[in-house]
Design a protein around this ligand. Structure first.
Ligand SMILES: Nc1ncnc2c1ncn2[C@@H]1O[C@H](COP(=O)(O)OP(=O)(O)OP(=O)(O)O)[C@@H](O)[C@H]1O
Length: 272
């Protein structure tokens, strides 16, 4: 669990985050949503200590990041997995080597132990047949799964994903969403995802934090989103005609979640 208390971040005289308080829960997918420029990336980078907050507190399971010693910060870093936009894989390394990289960096595991862990997560993201390939030889969806495998290979407590679906088609995005949800449950991670993808919001948004102009305007989950009273949020989430109609359908039929009406693709279709 990550508790954020009155987090503020300014660059020079411009205040980008204007006092955000929220709790990002463990074993849940926590989505940070909001218009472009609302402060999502600055929020994520402040949690990751890439940016030093101007004020406020960030507690990782009770541990205040601003009061940590160097060693404690190093330990925290080893507990965090990240999936960045564009996957950020090493082009000259195979899938297996990419996934092994954090173990080489952060652990003293033996060769055999590393092989075992890498083998496990490769299976977990269904990439058994691609382990000797290079990133340029696999699809964007597969690259994203390599990035996820690399992020979870060190059993992180906290998993940060910045726009994990960017550049992916809707079908592959669904597979990535399902994978992130499954991993969150299996490993009980506190998963934080910056997202623009309204499909993700409605399918895996177990906790949703809506930012607007650096302020948290609303928080809740996908099931109460439909009845949210915040007009900015409703206009943002249901901005497309399709989603507007879907909302009307939800309201007319008293359904609260997309889970009730969507049939998922068979789970053996994992090759995207
Ligand atoms: N390093 C920086 N220095 C100065 N201003 C910054 C910096 N990083 C972000 N900003 C400003 O902070 C505001 C919020 O930016 P941020 O990147 O967090 O938005 P976002 O919600 O992630 O947008 P998007 O969805 O387009 O990625 C913007 O006005 C941006 O110009």
């Amino acid at each position: 669990m990550i508790e954020v208390k009155d987090l503020k971040k300014s660059f020079d005289t411009v205040e980008v985050l204007k006092g955000i308080s929220t709790t990002l829960e463990s074993g849940k997918v926590n989505l940070i949503i909001g218009q472009s420029g609302s402060g999502k990336t600055v929020f994520l980078k402040s949690l990751l200590n890439v940016y030093q907050p101007t004020s406020g507190e960030i507690l990782f399971d009770g541990r205040d990041i601003n009061k940590m010693s160097r060693d404690e910060k190093q330990l925290l870093r080893s507990e965090i997995g990240t999936v960045f936009q564009g996957s950020a894989l090493f082009d000259s390394m195979t899938v297996e080597e990419n996934i092994t990289f954090p173990l080489d960096m952060f652990t003293n595991l033996t060769f055999r132990e590393k092989k075992r862990r890498v083998f496990d997560v490769i299976g977990r993201v269904h990439l058994e047949k691609a382990n000797r390939k290079f990133p340029s030889e696999i699809s964007g969806g597969m690259q994203k799964r390599v990035a996820i495998a690399r992020a979870i290979v060190n059993n992180p407590k906290y998993l940060f994903c910045d726009e994990p679906n960017s550049g992916l088609d809707p079908y592959t995005s669904n597979i990535i969403d399902d994978l992130l949800l499954e991993i969150t449950k299996e490993y009980n991670t506190t998963t934080i995802i910056n997202s623009h993808d309204m499909n993700s919001v409605m399918t895996i948004g177990e906790k949703i934090v809506y930012l607007r102009l650096g302020i948290k305007e609303w928080e809740g989950n996908k099931d109460i989103l439909i009845n949210a009273g915040n007009k900015n949020l409703i206009d943002f989430v249901y901005s497309s005609e399709l989603f507007k109609e879907l909302r009307e359908y939800f309201l007319e039929t008293n359904k609260t979640s997309i889970d009730n009406i969507i049939t998922k693709p068979p789970s053996n279709e994992k090759n995207s």
